[in-house]
Design a protein around this ligand. Structure first.
Ligand code: COA
Length: 157
């Protein structure tokens, strides 16, 4: 992908519905299992010194990365992804690096992120490659009753 076609920028509160729309597609959300995609939850996260980044290809939103302040030193990267047809072209890498630079400039010392290897193997491997370290793991119960292992990553900025 030509670099000048891709722009990363912060998404404002009024643009939350655009980000929710692509996030629902990225995570294959359906109405009955969609507690993560409500306007009120995203506004609540954004109000916690949240940073919602969008990746725009020729002006079209194709990926996002959303996180918020955990404490004065730590930023928690909560959710993110790239639309399937645009994957494998370093969009997530650009989002991650943009986020890390922004966090450094805002005085954060650490970034944390949780993921489930069995559900999101690409994300899991990506984080390891980018120098994130698994700090702890825990069991998480899914809606269908199955139990998966959640890994909590941390990286010094
Ligand atoms: C994980 C995700 C964000 C990666 O987005 P992307 O734009 O394709 O990622 P990039 O092109 O920047 O590649 C980043 C890394 O992801 C991994 N990756 C990307 N595509 C991959 C593939 N097809 N197979 C295996 N690993 C892959 C690699 O580690 C890659 O690093 P590398 O190119 O240096 O080898 C994307 O696959 C996605 O949105 N998945 C669904 C949602 C999700 O998993 N979100 C995170 C939940 S915690």
């Amino acid at each position: 992908m030509e670099n000048n076609r891709l722009k990363i920028r912060e998404i404002s509160k009024v643009e939350i519905p655009d980000a929710i729309k692509i996030s629902r597609i990225i995570f294959n959300s359906t109405d009955d299992n969609d507690k993560y995609h409500t306007q009120s939850l995203w506004e609540e996260k954004l109000n916690r010194d949240g940073i919602l980044l969008g990746a725009y290809l020729d002006g079209v939103l194709i990926g996002y990365k959303f996180g918020y302040r955990e404490d004065s030193e730590t930023f928690h990267s909560w959710m993110g992804g790239v639309l399937e047809e645009y994957r494998g072209q370093k969009v997530a890498t650009e989002l991650l690096h943009f986020q890390e630079k922004l966090l450094q400039s805002r005085g954060y010392k650490y970034v944390t992120v949780n993921t489930v290897k069995s559900k999101y193997p690409n994300m899991f491997n990506f984080l390891l490659k980018q120098g994130y370290i698994v700090e702890s793991t825990s069991e998480q119960k899914e809606l269908d009753g199955s139990v998966v292992t959640k890994s909590s990553f941390k990286r010094a900025l």
